[in-house]
Design a protein around this ligand. Structure first.
Ligand code: MN
Length: 353
């Protein structure tokens, strides 16, 4: 792999996918764009994906690679595609249909980046609404992994689950979310731990039906070499919608994804904001969701309006004017209602006199 001098100070960010031919490309592209738009250092994106592609999908794969490559390059960043060979045991992993081999790229990627000392792995259901270079430069205190602790509420955790975790050798009181991990690759290599064979052993020996597979392996292996990052670097918005700032990395983990429903919170709106920089931001069906969401969330309107270029490219000029017209209409109607109210009050006072 060739890096030029620019890459010496670059932030290296990674994503994993089982294939590059489904609609999750869109969500991943949005996450990538958000990352680049807010990063004050050069950025290199590593995309690890399952090398197997059916012959009828080869053309789609090529088109998608070209599109992603153009998108990222146009934004001034660099993207490196890493097709990954998945060992046979991966297809035997419990629930592999649901978690997909994309999630397991976190344990398969290491040999593809031999000349890299650090990487930040991100889920595709995340928005980086902060400068990720600050996170990149945080000290990990000689830990292999930097991650945000997941609040595992013992009172709602069933006995059975507690037992499963205990049997798997995982401490639920020191448990991190693997949606974002800063990984010290040098320390990882020096530790002598082979991620792939450890993963295989984990699945073969502990057929334990634990829910989030890659997360379980990473917790199992690195709980004792993990540094807690501030919550803002992996904000689980479906659990905490009252976080005071949107200067953070949003993670739509769990059921509610902004693209599944009409977005209502300021966090959901950020997805639409960054979508506008992609080709999907010109899709009418998606725009319906966006305009609905704009009517729902005022805060988010302000976010979008603070970046008019995003709005123009999303709505088009005509739609943007219609939108401004609606906003001003609401303003005048409000003013009218206020005046009526004042008039009524005056009349009441006159009556009293
Ligand atoms: Mn996730």
């Amino acid at each position: 792999m060739n890096y030029d001098t620019m890459d010496d100070q670059a932030v290296h960010v990674a994503f994993g996918r089982s294939n590059l031919t489904d609609e999750y490309n869109r969500h991943m592209a949005v996450a990538m764009v958000s990352c680049i738009k807010n990063c004050s250092l050069p950025i290199v994106i590593h995309l690890f994906y399952d090398d197997v592609c059916s012959s009828e999908n080869i053309q789609i794969l090529d088109e998608n690679i070209t599109y992603l490559s153009d998108l990222i390059t146009d934004l001034g960043a660099k993207i490196i595609f890493h097709p990954i060979y998945c060992p046979d045991f991966i297809s035997q992993v419990p629930n592999i249909d649901i978690i997909t081999s994309g999630t397991l790229m976190r344990v398969l990627f290491l040999d593809s980046v031999n000349d890299l000392n650090k990487i930040i792995f991100l889920d595709c259901d995340m928005i980086v609404n902060t400068d990720i270079s600050v996170l990149w430069n945080l000290d990990l205190n000689d830990s292999v992994v930097g991650a945000v602790q997941e609040v595992f509420k013992p009172e709602i955790t069933s006995r059975l689950m507690k037992k499963r975790y205990a049997n798997a050798g995982i401490d639920i009181y020191n448990y991190f979310n693997a949606g974002l991990m800063v990984i010290d690759l040098e320390l990882l290599r020096n530790s002598g731990i082979s991620l792939i064979s450890e993963t295989q052993i984990f699945f073969e020996n502990k057929k334990n039906n634990l829910p989030a597979m890659d997360q379980e392996i990473y917790n199992y292996l690195f709980q004792k070499s993990f540094t807690r990052l501030p919550e803002k670097y992996n904000l689980l918005v479906n659990l905490n919608r009252n976080f005071e700032s949107d200067d953070c990395i949003i993670h739509y983990a769990g059921g509610d994804k902004p693209w599944d429903k009409h977005a209502v919170s300021k966090y959901d709106m950020l997805y639409w904001k960054y979508l506008s920089y992609t080709k999907w931001g010109k899709d009418d069906g998606l725009l319906y969701n966006l305009s609905f969401a704009q009517n729902v969330s005022k805060n988010c309107q302000l976010n979008l309006l603070s970046d008019p270029s995003a709005l123009v490219s999303t709505l088009g000029l005509k739609k943007q004017l219609q939108y401004m017209y609606k906003l001003s209409l609401i303003f005048w109607i409000r003013l009218f209602i206020k005046d009526c109210h004042r008039l009524v009050m005056r009349l009441k006072k006159m009556k009293l006199k």
